[in-house]
Design a protein around this ligand. Structure first.
Ligand SMILES: *[C@@H]1O[C@H](CO)[C@@H](O)[C@H](O)[C@H]1NC(C)=O
Ligand SMILES: *[C@@H]1O[C@H](CO)[C@@H](O)[C@H](O)[C@H]1NC(C)=O
Ligand SMILES: *[C@@H]1O[C@H](CO)[C@@H](O)[C@H](O)[C@H]1NC(C)=O
Ligand SMILES: *[C@@H]1O[C@H](CO)[C@@H](O)[C@H](O)[C@H]1NC(C)=O
Ligand SMILES: *[C@@H]1O[C@H](CO)[C@@H](O)[C@H](O)[C@H]1NC(C)=O
Length: 468
């Protein structure tokens, strides 16, 4: 590593030249094709973390359409710290923002909620649902905005075909209203959500396909062993929180950090998948505790029981002195999810090069996800170790196309009618319900069957990585 860094200056100038010739606009940061930042209910654009949010009173039709009547903007009478949150748009009838999408693929949809009491509307009293392209995303009951100045930023990942639209529908409850302070729509880099993940359950490991076609809600984004990463320091403007308080046994692990260069590789995790600040810190086993081969370090993440989750583990061997010294196993909810992880091989024999692995799991009745790294049979007592740099969790849409448990099935179906999403999706939802009901009546309904995913292949695919 040392010698690599000393060699750098000589290589650097030809490289720079190459870079500018090939890439006239050097993109140190990611520049998405579809990129809409809206400051709702405002007449002025405003800047937050170097990003300009456009006033939604002057949005550029027909690229974005806002259908609401009447058009109501509200302003916080008190002086708030961020101008982005001092205005909101209020919806007293079903209302839509329609964003034209150029690029096919996963899109990030971020909804900002920060209620206040304006003269006409007390946003704390709002009762509403939000859906997008047929998926129910949330209701006001899902928001943790109980005090002034609290902001709840909800992030969703939704597939949209190029040439289509992302339609965000706000549906107020009868006699009430909905609101939003800001909305972001961003086309994600192609490698953000892969096609396949490992489904981990009581039947072993199987393939979970078409991950990107699910609607996902971001639940956890954790910089293991590191500090808070703010949108300012993340090329996709994300927040990564430290993992303090999430370990089952804090003393089982110790922090490591790295000041060298993180070696992003083509085909490995890119900087948009995880920024340097996530990969340059980690936790490893606390050696003084490694007594039994059963030793493990566990993160305990509270989730909603009965829901399905996508768990992404970020690894980057910033701890080893040499290659092939680090072998460990990964467990999720006690199930072996990945045996004998060998980062040296997974990163084309480079240290400090990032790699991630995606798993799909069902949260049981215990309403937690236990994510563990533990010793493997390839570990030897003198080199037994494990590492984790980052951890992300997304919730998957349910079979009734919902990410919100606070919304009843009736209202989901209604929602989709009013959203002009078409008849197909509600019809399918009703059919699924009817079939489920009839199976249930006949006593044939087995929860396990509906949860088990095709496990053809199973462990045969161990080496064909389901991750990129
Ligand atoms: C708001 O909710 C958070 C957690 O959701 C809680 O910690 C806090 O005490 C609540 N604040 C008020 C004013 O109720
Ligand atoms: C961004 O990262 C740098 C380097 O780690 C750090 O010094 C700085 O405080 C961070 N800035 C913000 C706003 O998080
Ligand atoms: C590692 O384990 C030892 C022995 O249990 C403990 O004293 C120490 O505090 C642990 N280290 C960390 C960083 O928790
Ligand atoms: C993790 O360690 C605990 C305590 O040694 C043990 O009971 C548990 O079975 C281990 N879990 C796994 C998945 O190995
Ligand atoms: C989520 O919705 C998709 C339709 O886009 C459906 O195929 C999938 O089965 C749903 N996911 C789950 C976990 O039910």
């Amino acid at each position: 590593m040392e010698s690599g860094q000393k060699r750098l200056p000589r290589l650097f100038f030809p490289f720079l030249f190459f870079f500018f010739v090939i890439n006239p606009k050097p993109s140190l940061s990611f520049s998405p094709t579809d990129h809409y930042l809206l400051n709702c209910g405002s007449h002025a654009n405003t800047i937050l973390d170097n990003r300009e949010f456009i006033a939604d009173t002057s949005i550029p039709r027909p690229i974005i359409k806002l259908s609401t009547s009447p058009k109501i903007s509200v302003q916080d009478p008190t002086n708030r710290q961020s101008p982005l949150y001092s205005t909101a748009r209020v919806f007293t009838s079903p209302s839509r923002y329609e964003f034209q999408i150029k690029r096919s693929g996963t899109h990030l949809l971020r909804l900002h909620f920060s209620p206040f009491n304006s003269a006409k509307f007390n946003l704390f009293d709002a009762q509403f649902r939000v859906s997008a392209n047929g998926f129910t995303l949330l209701s006001n009951l899902d928001l943790a905005t109980n005090s002034s100045n609290s902001v709840d930023l909800k992030e969703f990942l939704i597939w949209v075909d190029g040439g289509g639209a992302l339609v965000v529908l706000f549906s107020p409850s009868r006699g009430s209203f909905g609101y939003a302070n800001a909305i972001e729509v961003i086309s994600a880099p192609d490698d953000l959500i892969g096609d396949t993940a490992r489904f981990v359950g009581s039947d072993g490991i199987g393939d979970f396909k078409l991950v990107a076609r699910q609607a996902l809600e971001s639940v956890y984004r954790i910089n293991v062993g590191g500090a808070l990463v703010t949108p300012f320091n993340d090329s996709l403007w994300r927040t990564w929180i430290p993992d303090d308080g999430l370990l089952k046994l804090e003393s089982a692990a110790k922090r490591v950090s790295f000041s060298g260069r993180i070696k992003y590789r083509l085909g490995g995790a890119s900087r948009e998948v995880g920024p340097d600040n996530v990969y340059n810190s980690a936790r490893v086993f606390n050696d003084s505790n490694v007594l039994s081969p059963n030793f493990n370090v566990t993160w305990v993440l509270p989730v909603k029981s009965g829901c399905r989750y996508l768990v992404r583990m970020h690894f980057c061997d910033i701890a080893s002195k040499a290659l092939n010294l680090l072998y460990f196993n990964v467990y999720i909810n006690g199930y072996l999810a990945y045996e004998n992880v060998d980062l040296s091989e997974l990163t084309d024999r480079l240290l400090a090069s990032p790699f991630y692995a995606d798993f799909v799991v069902d949260a049981g009745t215990s309403a937690v996800l236990d994510v563990s790294i533990g010793g493997s049979s390839l570990s030897s007592p003198e080199r037994i170790n494990g590492i984790l740099n980052g951890l992300e969790v997304w919730k998957l849409n349910s079979t009734i196309f919902s990410l919100s448990e606070t919304v009843s099935v009736d209202s989901v179906v209604q929602d989709q009618h009013s959203g002009k999403i078409g008849f197909f999706i509600p019809a399918v939802a009703i059919m699924i319900l009817l079939v489920a009901a009839s199976l249930f009546m006949r006593g044939r309904f087995k929860l396990k069957d509906s949860l088990a995913w095709s496990s053809e292949g199973g462990s045969k695919h161990e080496n064909r990585l389901l991750v990129r």
